[in-house]
Design a protein around this ligand. Structure first.
Ligand code: F3S
Length: 391
């Protein structure tokens, strides 16, 4: 791997021990993946921020670092809403440890924005190189925006944040961005349960695995692309997908798309995933809700009261920017939490069954929260939480 003179100096420890360790990590990663060089990144998004997932050893490793990030850097969701953790039932000792993790990141110069939708906060342009860790954000940045990022591990993303560069391999390179299979969604135009993009992504991820799919037959909007990508990254390991006529790089690969191994997913298969099952709680906002999704949930909840816990997750940035929607949602008894999510917080662990509107949460809630998961549309989730009719 070719290093510049400045990169060599960092590797030799001339800029301090932490920058040396971070450079060693990047060079090690680059060698494993046969990168020829490091490439500058515009921003970083670091996972490994929830105390639930990193625990004591992760905190100790972070506390041993002494450097500053050199590009705009934010965090993945942490284990609790930083303001409302008490009402969410988070134990004080967990909250104390979570605050220690956040304090370390702050000392490193990381902005304490904790969200899996970093593109709502950080400006991201087509073709730009990034070092993002959250799989759903990676899928969105690559696919919906046409930026370039591999799915970084937590330490790799932090190393890239501190050095400002990442090894140039995988999805940073043109040759790895071409589609490898085609997926035709049939009967998807009519909306309804069969038009559930999270459920479609859940099924498609199982087919695609870690390959790059090219979709025909769908017209997803930005929030639909977000839902699809998140689900495919969870049920498979998809980090980039193209949708004919929709995503920015799809046109370039259209001639190739007709020559690929083709699979079909029908609206009936998608609807079949949305089975009824009694649940104890309902959670939405995986990935974190956009302003449009908060608006839709507020509309669905108008004039209703929740009869079982209903939790909505979004970024702090959007919760603060959409106070009236949040108040309208919370008038029903639902709660809108920021900084955290249904999977990385211990707050959902007390429920044995949870209904979600997300293909990603549907894939992760059983293993991460120990609960049975049911998936439905947003309207079905609201109906499950409120019962039929006004409360
Ligand atoms: Fe985001 Fe948590 Fe889902 S990090 S994508 S809300 S599992």
């Amino acid at each position: 791997m070719e290093l510049t003179r400045e990169e060599e100096r960092i590797l030799q420890g001339e800029e301090g021990g932490t920058r040396q360790r971070m450079m060693e990590l990047l060079v090690g990663l680059g060698r494993v993946f046969s990168a020829s060089r490091l490439v500058p990144v515009a921003s970083a998004q670091v996972s490994g921020a929830s105390y639930k997932t990193i625990g004591r050893w992760g905190l100790e490793w972070l506390a041993s670092l002494d450097a500053k990030v050199s590009v705009p850097t934010i965090l993945n969701p942490v284990g609790m809403d930083r303001e409302r953790w008490r009402e969410a039932g988070i134990p004080p000792d967990f909250a104390g440890n979570q605050e220690k993790v956040l304090a370390v990141y702050q000392r490193l110069g990381v902005r304490l924005e904790c969200t899996c939708t970093p593109y709502e906060i950080l400006p991201v342009r087509f073709g730009e190189h990034l070092a993002w860790a959250e799989s759903s954000a990676v899928a969105y940045a690559n696919s919906a925006i046409g930026a370039r990022t591999n799915r970084e591990g937590g330490p790799g993303a932090l190393a890239a944040a501190i050095i400002g560069k990442t090894p140039c391999y995988g999805l940073h390179l043109d040759e790895h961005r071409a589609p490898q299979l085609a997926i035709r969604a049939e009967g998807f135009g009519g909306g309804g349960p069969g038009g559930h993009y999270g459920a479609l992504g859940f099924l498609a991820g199982k087919i695609a695995g870690n390959r790059v799919p090219f979709f025909h037959g769908i017209r997803p909007g930005p929030d639909d692309l977000k839902a699809m990508g998140a689900a495919m990254a969870a049920s498979g390991a998809v980090a980039l997908f193209h949708v004919g006529g929709i995503t920015p790089e799809a046109g370039r690969y259209l001639p190739l798309a007709g020559t690929l191994e083709e699979h079909t997913i029908t609206a009936g298969e998608v609807a079949g995933l949305l089975e009824e099952m009694p649940v104890e709680a309902v959670a939405m906002g995986c990935p974190h809700c956009s302003a449009g999704e908060l608006g839709e949930i507020a509309r669905l909840l108008r004039g209703k009261r929740v009869r079982k816990p209903l939790f909505i997750f979004t970024s702090r940035h959007l919760r603060e920017a959409n106070q009236s929607l949040v108040e309208a949602i919370e008038a029903s008894g639902a709660r809108v939490y920021a900084d955290t999510c249904m999977v990385v917080s211990p707050m959902m662990d007390r429920f044995s069954s949870v209904m979600v509107d997300s293909g990603k949460a549907f894939a992760y809630v059983p293993s991460m929260c120990g609960a049975l998961a049911r998936i439905g549309t947003r309207a079905e989730c609201v109906e499950e939480a409120t019962g039929r009719g006004p409360g």
